[in-house]
Design a binder for this molecule. Sequence first.
Ligand SMILES: [Zn+2]
Ligand SMILES: [Zn+2]
Length: 248
Amino acid sequence: MNPGAWFASRKRDCPVCGRDAGRSAGNNPIPLRHPLPRQAISSLCGLCLRAIPWIPYPICRICGRAESCEDCVRRTDRAYQMSRCAVRYTDTMRDWLALYKYRGSERLEIVLAAMLAFAYERLCRVSGASFPTITAVPLAPERLRERGFNQAERLAMRLADWYRISYFPLLRRLRHTEKQSLKSRRSRVVDMRATFAPQVRPEWTGPVLLVDDIYTTGSTLNECARVLRQAAPTADPPSVYGLLWARS
Ligand SMILES: [Zn+2]
Ligand SMILES: [Zn+2]
């Protein structure tokens, strides 16, 4: 084996951009307690690390948004307790998610899950709750076939593993709904009905964490929470908390 190859394999290339991430973390604080997601974030190069638009201090206490929030004020039928989002959905974050969807790279997946872990640790602190159960917003079967995997589920399963939470697929998606941002508020609300159905899992207990990649209006999260609570195995419906990778 030539020494060059050995060095090449030891080089720490950034899981996002491929640049050498040798001395990345430097003075950039990584806002995570758990050592494994911390390690994942510190595998990024300095440039990528600085590009993460963390939401450390949400303004909206319901949905965890970094701005004040009309959607939460207007919503009268909220089925979830609160949600927290790890980052703002900037152009860079859009690129990272697209890269992950396209490549399905495991190293990138761990980085995205580690970012979600930041929202999870925040949510635990703010809510004072502990979570026995975690689930994810499902994809419609034809979308799943097309893409090959459900990124929200993958991220939720990584989190389940790190924090020892039981992952269950508790919901089914009956049909695909169009991208929410393209529609008016009214049609979005109507659209969500009859989109999700419960999976029968008699053993789960709440509070339950519900994971999705992007929070746009909260309609998906809200509808999933409603269906989950209705289908709960106990008479007293469990609390549902949202955990989102990014807030658009
Ligand atoms: Zn990088
Ligand atoms: Zn809000």
